[in-house]
Design a protein around this ligand. Structure first.
Ligand SMILES: Nc1nc2c(ncn2[C@@H]2O[C@H](COP(=O)(O)OP(=O)(O)OP(=O)(O)O)[C@@H](O)[C@H]2O)c(=O)[nH]1
Ligand SMILES: [Zn+2]
Length: 333
């Protein structure tokens, strides 16, 4: 090593704040007293976690580094986990995620953003009017959901303003379950579909997500805007998802009620991270036919020798179903 090199090194060390790369002691931290909580929302570096039945505010421990913590995560917490006013716990570990719903800001965005962990159902909320439905958005949400291994549910709101018939016909061949709502509508069927599940609600701004969440969970007060319990400030536009526990079903009071994870309205749903194979894997009939496709077949209209076309010609697959599937995977906005 040249003297000059040493000098530079010393200089750099002097200029930069010392970074502690090792724990202070050789004793590995013992987190046997850690408790596990579910992250229910995130606001400016503060993670609200539900431990048993109380909320605990936590920060992310330094050893997690850049590893993200997202809503729905099961996190191990140490420190003051009492949840008392002014206390802060630390998240030291995130347990394995059974599922991760992701999106990219747009299709060219190289960074996929995990938004919710551990969900098993994706509720695509679309207004029948005001704002008018956009099938491109519905399709993109469905694709992201299939990619993440979530079961889809299409929820059409504002049926008082326009008929759902056209959309129902469009999605019928995909066998996506649909719920139709309007002000004061009976939500019993929707409640049963949500019972015991972890359902993420996604959709454009203004489609009526908050209205629906408030109808399902009267104590949610979503339309008023979440009052920030940390700062005590009133309405602020949250950019994070928010997990809310559903009330128990009246006819099944003993069943695990399930969760709704409301997400802020989004303008688009980028899909640059999505794998075609995983999407077609969500459709058993199409998947078994597509095994005969050429390697790396896009399965889109005009894809050379796509086995899905041959199946329609043979009469093994309905043209409407293939058309619906192709419309969904064709990612025009
Ligand atoms: N006519 C009609 N209006 C509705 C219905 N559901 C909600 N609205 C209205 O639509 C507007 C938007 O509803 P929100 O529940 O705030 O929509 P949101 O999807 O939560 O919007 P963001 O919070 O921006 O994501 C409000 O004025 C609601 O009163 C419905 O079924 N019919
Ligand atoms: Zn194909």
């Amino acid at each position: 090593m040249t003297p000059r090199g040493i000098g530079e090194d010393d200089h750099a060390r002097f200029e930069r704040p010392q970074r502690r790369t090792r724990p202070r002691t050789k004793i590995r931290p013992d987190y046997s007293d850690a408790v596990v909580g579910m992250v229910i929302t995130i606001d400016r570096g503060r993670y609200t976690c539900l431990v048993d039945d109380h909320e605990v505010i936590a920060t992310k421990a330094r050893q997690l580094g850049r590893k993200g913590v997202i809503v729905g995560d099961q996190a191990r917490l140490v420190g003051d986990t009492s949840g008392a006013d002014g206390t802060l716990a630390r998240i030291v570990e995130v347990l394995d995620r059974p599922t991760v719903l992701r999106r990219t800001a747009d299709d060219d965005d190289p960074y996929e953003r995990p938004i919710v962990a551990g969900a098993d159902q994706l509720v695509v909320v679309t207004a029948l009017a005001d704002p008018p439905p956009r099938t491109g958005m519905i399709d993109r949400c469905l694709v992201a959901g299939f990619d993440a291994g979530l079961d889809p549910l299409l929820c059409l709101t504002k049926a008082d303003l326009a008929s759902p018939d056209e959309l129902l016909a469009l999605y019928q061949p995909l066998d996506v379950p649909v719920e139709v709502t309007s002000p004061g509508a009976d939500l019993d069927s929707l409640r049963h579909r949500l019972a015991g599940r972890r359902s993420v609600f996604v959709g454009h701004s203004g489609v009526g997500k908050s209205t629906l969440v408030n109808a399902l969970i009267p104590q949610a007060h979503r339309s008023i805007g979440a009052v920030n319990e940390v700062t005590g400030k009133g309405r602020h536009t949250s950019t994070a998802a928010y997990a809310l526990r559903l009330p128990a079903l009246a006819d099944h009071p003993d069943r695990e009620p399930g969760w709704v994870i409301d997400t802020p309205g989004v303008r688009s749903f980028g899909l640059s991270h999505v794998s075609r194979d995983r999407i077609i894997g969500a459709f058993e009939d199409l998947d078994s036919i597509a095994r005969d496709c050429p390697r790396n077949c896009s399965h889109e209209a005009g894809a050379p020798d796509c086995a899905l076309d041959a199946a329609v010609e043979r009469g093994d697959l309905s043209a409407a179903r293939l058309e619906s599937f192709r419309r969904m995977i064709t990612t025009d906005q």
